[in-house]
Write a protein that binds this ligand. Structure first.
Ligand code: SF4
Length: 360
């Protein structure tokens, strides 16, 4: 059996599950904040095997889903300008005001191109020297270093017609907002493996130190997740709250220092809007002044404006863990993956899409 296979081994999973059943007293409300964890918990069947007193809250871990209505509106505004939009494919069907999407805009003639790497967007700019090319930057600490490297390359190579509209978001400030929310009563956080591979473990220490909430960095296989849950149970039984790295086969405690250096060279923290949570201080990334010539906000003189939320969609409450997807009245009726109303049903990493596909 390979190392990876052992993390899917049903006998090992069963053994950990039995220990959770036997050792957990009272309710355990845990939240994951990573789209890959969301999908894994549903797809593997882990959710259906948990004791009834383990409450799984799916938090704001899907980058497309947390992108705020006002930000989506700006993408659409940009598509109406004389520019070529370069984007990852998952943003194409995210609905904005009046249910318009980038796909709609593309069908109406806007020049929207799907790219698989931000560096493709630079090539697009070089191939179209008379046009302005804008890359739509969404995502967490995981994707931001690659976008930063792209911007650095554009600056060094003088690709003046390339810019980035940065709505990147940072996970620790969002965790702080969630931990401090008395309505949610989160008792444990399953921390994202991919983001942690970049930022390391230190930025999460405040969860235990300030909020007394245990947290575990975990991988994405069923055994990874069950072991993390068992660590929560063990910590609770000992009256402890710690931040533990249980994904050491991928995550170094110090994170990826080179990636973080690249990120910090190009971006700096700023307040950011999150769908469902609202404004979180210091939770976004904007371009540093040295990169102003490549900052789409400045190049196109853009301003975020208030826009109406998608009618009937409760993505905001889903992302905050206040309701489960099936508690939205549109779930599975007016809103399905084939005809999504909100972003949580659009993205494959969205809670609503995962719940619809793998619901138990
Ligand atoms: S089911 Fe659809 S409409 Fe309801 S919260 Fe999810 S994405 Fe929004």
């Amino acid at each position: 059996m390979s190392l990876l296979d052992s993390f899917k081994d049903p006998h090992l999973c069963q053994a950990v599950l039995e220990r959770i059943h036997a050792e957990l007293h009272g309710e355990l409300r845990f939240m994951e904040v990573c789209g890959t964890h969301t999908v894994s918990i549903f797809r593997s069947g882990v959710r259906s095997l948990l004791p009834e007193n383990v409450v799984h809250l799916s938090g704001p871990g899907c980058p497309v889903c947390v992108t705020h209505d006002s930000e989506v509106a700006l993408f659409l505004e940009l598509a109406g300008k004389n520019a070529i939009i370069a984007t990852f494919g998952d943003l194409m069907r995210v609905p904005g005001p009046e249910k318009r999407t980038l796909k709609t805009a593309q069908a109406e003639g806007a020049r929207v191109r799907i790219v698989y790497s931000p560096f493709e967007a630079i090539k697009l700019a070089q191939d179209n020297p008379n046009d302005k090319v804008v890359f739509l930057g969404v995502g967490f600490e995981t994707t931001a270093p690659a976008i930063a490297a792209t911007l650095k390359t554009a600056r060094e190579e003088g690709v003046h017609n390339f810019s980035v509209l940065s709505f990147h978001k940072l996970v620790p400030p969002a965790l702080h907002a969630l931990a401090a929310d008395p309505e949610l009563q989160v008792q444990a956080f399953l921390l994202p493996g991919h983001v942690s591979a970049i930022i390391g473990v230190e930025p999460y220490r405040f969860l235990a130190q300030q909020h007394g909430i245990p947290a575990v960095v975990a991988g994405f296989e069923p055994l990874d997740i069950l072991q993390a849950l068992h660590l929560f149970v063990t910590m609770r039984n000992k009256g402890q709250a710690e931040v533990i790295n249980a994904y050491t086969r991928v995550v170094a405690d110090a994170g990826n220092t080179k990636a973080m250096a690249m990120l910090n060279e190009v971006f700096m923290p700023a307040d950011a809007l999150w769908r469902g949570i609202g404004l979180i201080p210091g939770s976004g990334l904007v371009l540093r002044p040295e990169y102003a010539a490549h900052d789409a906000m400045q190049v196109f003189d853009l301003t975020l404006r208030d826009v109406p939320q998608i009618k009937g969609c409760q993505c905001g409450d889903v992302l905050k863990g206040k309701i489960s997807p099936d508690q939205c009245v549109l779930f599975g009726k007016a809103c399905t993956p084939a005809a999504p109303v909100g972003p949580c049903m659009v993205s494959t990493e969205g809670s609503c899409a995962a719940y619809f596909k793998y619901r138990v």
